[in-house]
Design a protein around this ligand. Structure first.
Ligand SMILES: [Zn+2]
Ligand SMILES: [Zn+2]
Length: 379
């Protein structure tokens, strides 16, 4: 990865609560402590903790790696208006960080810092400058209950990934990509015309800033290989069949220091024998006896979490009528609405016995004799 725009915006030392001159050991210690406290498994449904967890992970990703940390410190020291930008002479133009695409900015920084790491494109990455990695699609089939509750799972997929032989450098193990002698690693060359200076991509290195003398035998210099890999994914509670979950930056790696693509997880939910779903409401159909429907009573209703709740039905409850059990549907949390819960919709069906004992038959015949209303009258 080349330097990111985020490096200017975030003080990673502050994020981890350590001093700027903290030792690597202290940084690791601080990170581990925070990671334990903020881990999503420990804070289910806590969006703020999740956000913090992501922040400290991003911070540690940089500060935990001594080389990256040095680069980060350097970037922070120079600031967005610092010197050394391609095409910018002494006291040259300034630009607005907010106006720039992350990728473009990464490119500038990558050129500034001679692309010390990241995908050095070889044959396969013939384009100039950083390229975002491809989005990768994966399928995930979930049990109904897992979809309702959400879960953390491991996806097994085969896709483009950082080459495991060269760790993405594209260079044969034991060798390193060399700084391009023509552009000095900047990937661009300046063409001075009077008082202006124009930058054009360096032809010698195709704008990469580096040259691979001995390509990695596995990826032939691309830094990327197709291989099976595992991705841990957190699937939020309440995902629906047919929904796609986007996992940022978990797709194919970028080339020439470009950002990784996203992983798109297509969700398939297996139907459940008892429960159905309508939005965030769960549905269930429950048989009741004629006596329960006619006389009313409390009936036990199963819920998705395995417990039961009592539902009171009134005397004269009709077959096919629907009854609402508040808050026993699907709990979802969103940034906008916080934690919200659907309901459980119970459809009552009067169960007609297929066989009657003599005693039951006598009772029903008595009921028939006492019945004065013809339900088909007027039809
Ligand atoms: Zn390789
Ligand atoms: Zn060059």
């Amino acid at each position: 990865m080349a330097a990111q725009r985020e490096w200017f915006e975030k003080d990673y030392y502050q994020v981890l609560g350590v001093a700027a001159d903290a030792s690597q050991k202290d940084i690791t210690k601080a990170y581990r402590k925070l990671a334990r406290e903020l881990h999503p498994d420990k804070n289910p449904g806590n969006a703020a903790a999740e956000e913090r967890f992501k922040d400290i992970s991003a911070a540690y990703d940089v500060l935990g790696d001594e080389a990256k940390r040095t680069e980060y410190d350097e970037v922070r020291r120079l600031g967005p208006m610092g010197g050394g930008m391609p095409g910018g002479g002494p006291g040259g133009f300034s630009f607005n960080v907010g106006d720039m695409q992350g990728g473009d900015f990464g490119d500038l920084l990558g050129q500034m810092f001679n692309r010390r790491r990241g995908g050095f494109g070889g044959r396969a990455g013939a384009g100039v400058g950083p390229q975002r990695g491809a989005d990768v699609t994966a399928q995930l089939t979930l049990d109904f209950e897992d979809a309702v509750r959400g879960l953390t799972t491991t996806l097994h997929l085969t896709s483009d990934a950082q080459c495991s032989t060269c760790h993405g450098s594209g260079a044969k193990p034991g060798t390193h990509p060399e700084r391009c002698p023509v552009c000095g690693g900047r990937g661009v060359v300046d063409d001075n015309q009077g008082m202006f200076s124009f930058s054009t991509p360096c032809r010698n290195c195709q704008g990469r800033g580096s040259i691979i003398r001995e390509p990695c035998p596995t990826c032939h210099g691309a830094g990327i290989e197709r291989r099976p890999r595992e991705v841990r994914a957190r699937i939020p509670a309440g995902v629906a069949d047919g929904q796609t979950i986007r996992l940022k930056g978990r797709g194919a790696p970028g080339r020439n220091g470009g950002p990784a693509g996203d992983l798109l997880v297509e969700i398939h939910v297996k139907p459940d024998a008892r429960f159905g779903r309508s939005g965030n409401n769960l549905t269930v159909t429950l048989p009741v006896t004629f006596a329960e429907a006619a006389l009313g009573g409390d009936i036990e209703v199963p819920t998705i979490d395995g417990s039961t709740v009592m539902l009171r039905i009134r005397p004269g409850t009709q077959s096919g009528s629907r009854h609402r059990v508040k808050g026993k549907g699907i709990s979802v949390s969103s940034k906008r609405d916080g934690e919200t819960s659907g309901d459980l919709i119970v459809t009552v069906e009067v169960d007609v016995p297929a066989n009657l004992t003599d005693e039951q038959r006598a009772a029903v015949e008595q009921l028939a004799a006492a019945t004065t209303v013809n339900p088909r009258a007027g039809r």
